[in-house]
Design a protein. Structure first.
Length: 451
């Protein structure tokens, strides 16, 4: 490493903002690094993020401590969108510009370090910060002067200061003088091919104005539009309001679906009709519950933080409660439907079609299907699932279910249509006695019932 400064590309930002004299950016002397950016965590967010940087000319080092994940990536077998698969193939051929490793000591070889690790909640709906805390501690331990450290994982307001700025200060690094620290919430939508990563605007805040500018410069290599905000906390809260907004509206959509069902009105017709209004309305659709790494988890980070301050958010609390009980509502509806036919749930054969938390992804995180299957199994039903994305799954009591490749051979008394993958032929559903359509999209199914 030599001590010559690195030229950084001028970021494209919107809207432009004039800085006051007091906010003049301090330039930190930098070393020449082997890599432009290191990505910590190569999951559903980190890997596409690293591939986007590489596709735009950056030298990328991916770090993940899960050896099986590294093997999966090296084999080109990671679950990715098609354009990301092509990018991975190209990256794996670039020995000088792309590397993945489990050796965390290599973090000092990168000019910027981007942290992309999960931030789940535990069984008590309390934020589980263990993974994030460990990742940040690892990055702080191996930080070197001149680096930019950017956190992208969803978390509570103030976390970047708690986990990065203050520990770095204890190591002797002052943010904005010796090192840069920024927060930019990730905006990866697994399975959604409608937006290329470069087209999704990114929000960024910094510990100081120079930290924010360094964050803008880095992001300008992966996206066309950047929106800077005045603090780390404003950037952290941006992600929380995005997903809290979605959670509240999904809870409303589920409730509205039951109102429509009671009145004999098709809810999808209603929502699609309302969506023709060009302003003041955004469509949200009902379903069996909410899964993934965002909506079931992120609002609880806000509720948890404010609960410590004795501040209650009753609207958000109620929405999250409604989302949490939705899988049980599916279970109860199965029992009701079977009872109407004079059949007890004990011994009934129930198959769940599609178990991923959303269509066209191989992702089971927080999937409502897991709770639905567990509730049915505990009630004595003979349960099975069919989803080509998964060879098997484990219920919360440890029971392992293997994918039922021939769903009709299982001879189900009732099928719960949980996830409708666009690449999976659902014609067989027309031959089963009853389909509980939790997607509200199977209008042509002859034996269809709704929640």
């Amino acid at each position: 490493m030599t001590s010559e400064p690195i030229a950084t590309p001028r970021p494209r930002v919107a809207p432009p903002r004039r800085r006051r004299q007091a906010e003049r950016i301090q330039v930190i002397p930098r070393v020449v690094f082997d890599y432009d950016v290191a990505i910590v965590g190569l999951g559903y967010v980190g890997l596409p993020t690293g591939l986007t940087f590489h596709a735009n000319g950056a030298r990328v080092l991916g770090i993940d401590t899960d050896g099986r994940r590294l093997e999966q990536i090296r084999a080109g077998a990671a679950d990715l969108l098609e354009f990301d698969r092509a990018r991975l193939a190209a990256a794996l051929r670039d020995d000088e510009g792309f590397a993945i490793d489990g050796d965390i000591s290599r973090l000092g070889d990168a000019a910027a370090v981007v942290i992309c690790v999960p931030t789940p909640i535990d069984e008590h709906l309390t934020p589980d910060l263990d993974i994030l805390r460990a990742a940040c501690a690892m990055v702080v331990e191996h930080a070197v002067a001149g680096q930019l450290i950017m956190l992208t994982s969803t978390t509570y307001a103030g976390c970047t200061r708690d986990f990065l700025v203050e520990p770095l200060e204890r190591r002797g690094f002052e943010a904005g003088r010796d090192i840069h620290v920024a927060f930019s919430p990730e905006r990866i939508d697994p399975g959604n091919a409608g937006f290329e990563h470069e087209d999704v605007p990114r929000v960024v805040g910094g510990a100081t104005p120079s930290c924010r500018a360094a964050g803008e410069a880095l992001l300008s290599r992966s996206t066309r539009l950047i929106h800077p905000v005045g603090s780390l906390e404003a950037a952290e809260m941006t992600k929380l309001v995005e997903n809290t907004f979605r959670a509240v509206n999904i809870a409303l959509a589920n409730e509205f679906a039951e109102a429509c069902s009671s009145l004999g009105v098709p809810v999808m017709d209603v929502v699609n009709a309302a969506a023709t209004k060009p302003y003041g309305f955004m469509p949200f659709f009902p379903g069996p519950g909410v899964g993934g790494h965002c909506i079931p988890c992120d609002p609880h980070y806000l509720l948890w933080q404010l609960r410590k301050e004795h501040i209650m958010l009753p609207l958000i609390e109620q929405a999250m409660s409604e989302i949490a009980v939705r899988p049980r509502r599916v279970f109860e509806r199965v029992r009701e439907e079977l009872a109407d036919r004079g059949q007890p749930i004990t011994g009934a054969r129930v198959l769940v079609a599609g178990v991923a938390y959303k269509s066209d992804v191989a992702d089971l995180r927080e999937s409502p299907a897991l709770e639905i299957l567990s509730l049915l199994h505990q009630a004595g039903a003979t349960v099975a699932f069919h989803d080509p994305h998964f060879a098997q799954l484990r219920l919360r009591d440890g029971t392992v279910l293997v994918d039922t490749a021939d769903a009709l051979a299982f001879e189900p008394d009732l099928v719960v249509l949980h996830t409708a993958h666009t690449t999976v032929d659902q014609a067989w559903l027309a031959e089963v006695p009853t389909v509980l359509d939790t997607t509200y999209r199977g209008a042509d199914l002859p034996q269809r019932v709704l929640l």
